[in-house]
Design a protein around this ligand. Structure first.
Ligand SMILES: CC(C)(COP(=O)(O)OP(=O)(O)OC[C@H]1O[C@@H](n2cnc3c(N)ncnc32)[C@H](O)[C@@H]1OP(=O)(O)O)[C@@H](O)C(=O)NCCC(=O)NCCS
Length: 123
């Protein structure tokens, strides 16, 4: 997965490795404002994915929690993502809120909603 934001020096790619050192979960995180929290220091989470045969075993939670910890440490106020409708409950279970109307992302045509974790409100 490549995003133009990969070229930003602040962008990072967290990963979860299994005991053999194989990557089983990845994401891309970049600084990016969101119109849903104007003026807030925000990071965008993209390309969150766990190997199909490793889904439902906690890797996604490990990855998401690591991103939140790093965001807090960096003074980030808001995390956000285009959340696939099929994954919204995953985010809700970790305290993220689902906001606004649904939409189809241009690249994939897959239904999404914006998901947000506002770290200023204890999220
Ligand atoms: C969505 C995804 C990232 C979640 O990662 P995961 O490692 O499978 O999730 P976990 O094992 O950490 O699950 C954490 C909790 O969320 C739940 N959950 C996981 N995926 C879910 C989903 N798609 N819908 C609803 N609940 C889900 C689990 O049941 C679990 O609940 P519990 O804590 O009550 O047991 C992963 O399944 C995935 O890559 N899916 C395909 C690609 C995708 O949808 N990416 C997200 C794009 S926004």
């Amino acid at each position: 997965m490549y995003f133009p934001e990969d070229e930003l020096p602040e962008t990072f790619h967290p990963a979860v490795l299994d005991t053999g050192g194989r990557v089983v979960a990845v994401a891309t995180v970049s600084p990016a404002p969101t119109g849903r929290r104007p003026g807030a220091a925000a990071w965008r989470l993209r390309g969150m994915a766990v190997e199909p045969e490793r889904q439902g075993q906690g890797a996604g939670t490990l990855l998401l929690d690591a991103v939140v910890t790093r965001a807090r440490g960096a003074g980030v106020e808001v995390l956000w993502a285009d959340g696939r409708d099929s994954a919204l409950d995953f985010y809700r279970r970790r305290g993220w809120s689902v906001e606004g109307e649904g939409y189809l992302t241009p690249a994939t045509g897959i239904p999404h909603h914006t998901v947000i974790l506002d770290l200023r409100s204890g999220g």
